[in-house]
Design a protein around this ligand. Sequence first.
Ligand code: ZN
Length: 376
Amino acid sequence: MQINSNFDSGNIEVIDASSPQQVLLAIRADLNSAHFQWFHFQVSGLQPGQRYGFSLGNAGQSSYKNAWSGYNAVASYDQVNWFRVPSRFENGALNFDIEPLHAQIWFAYFEPYSRERHALLIEDAQRLAGAELFACGKSIEGRPIELLRISRNPQAQRKIWLIAQQHPGEHMAEWFMQGVIERLQQRDDAELNALLEQADLYLVPNMNPDGAFRGHLRTNVAGRDLNRAWQSASEADSPEVYFVQQQMRAVGVDLFLDIHGDEEIPHVFAAGCEGNPGFSSRLAALDKEFRDQLMAIGAEFQTTFGYTPDQFGQANTTLACNAVGLEFDCLAFTIEMPFKDHDDRPNPHTGWNGARSMQLGKDVLSVAAAMVGKLR
Ligand code: ZN
């Protein structure tokens, strides 16, 4: 049996593989940071039908300890179809067993969104009507941060921004962006046409490619949490945020969505900027309408579970949502999808996954279309 994590978004250390029924593993910390939670590895040379057991021994010391109860690891034989493997959080370790059907299998914290897929997505996006690679930033390690613009009406007044995967282990975020881009391929979509009549879309499908490639949970290679860098972005240690902020200041923002995953809460939810000092009754009404509409159209979304709302004036403005909402006096949300499942509509076989993240991306465009005329 061989265990390998030397590939895109791979992360695991082998502690002791001498017993196939109890392979001891550990998750590596992010470079220059103590954060860890994301894992992704391949096991090959398996005997189909034989039982294997894996134990991630340092799970209990990870960034989000409550993430492991009610969590099941994901696995795939082909890196295309991912399914959940019943997992147990016991004595600080995440344990799972499998009798594999094939000689090799991949395990991960969530269905990974690969760099290869990212490259195809950027190509596909540029073939959309009205689309262009509007600008391109660079990560610390020199990977591109693509900013796509979709503009179909030169008179469109509104600028809608969606950015994803500031936290590199939150791969559901780029799946969401793939859903957005897929829907933009539909030419006879009345809602979408109405949206693009009034607004240009600015999309950053992956804000943290270095972290994603290296199998990080939370930070870029300088150890910076990009979603705490929006009041102090610099070209030296957070060029990813610096680039997007410069572009936003040149273009303007009328609606901002920052796409994330939450390790602990088994629901899809949104966090707004109600704690901002500039949060007005106008923004409060827009905030409520956005959430209400997303539920009303039947999206996998709810408003019962989520983060405790900030008190007025108490917002942490180093977060993208709060920083952008404050600077541009616009409706802004962090959209959170679960690593576990959306317990309002559970699916034990897949849990929350890439396909459901994509559908949420498509659904959010319907709400943007319904509200575009009211954003200012
Ligand atoms: Zn996040």
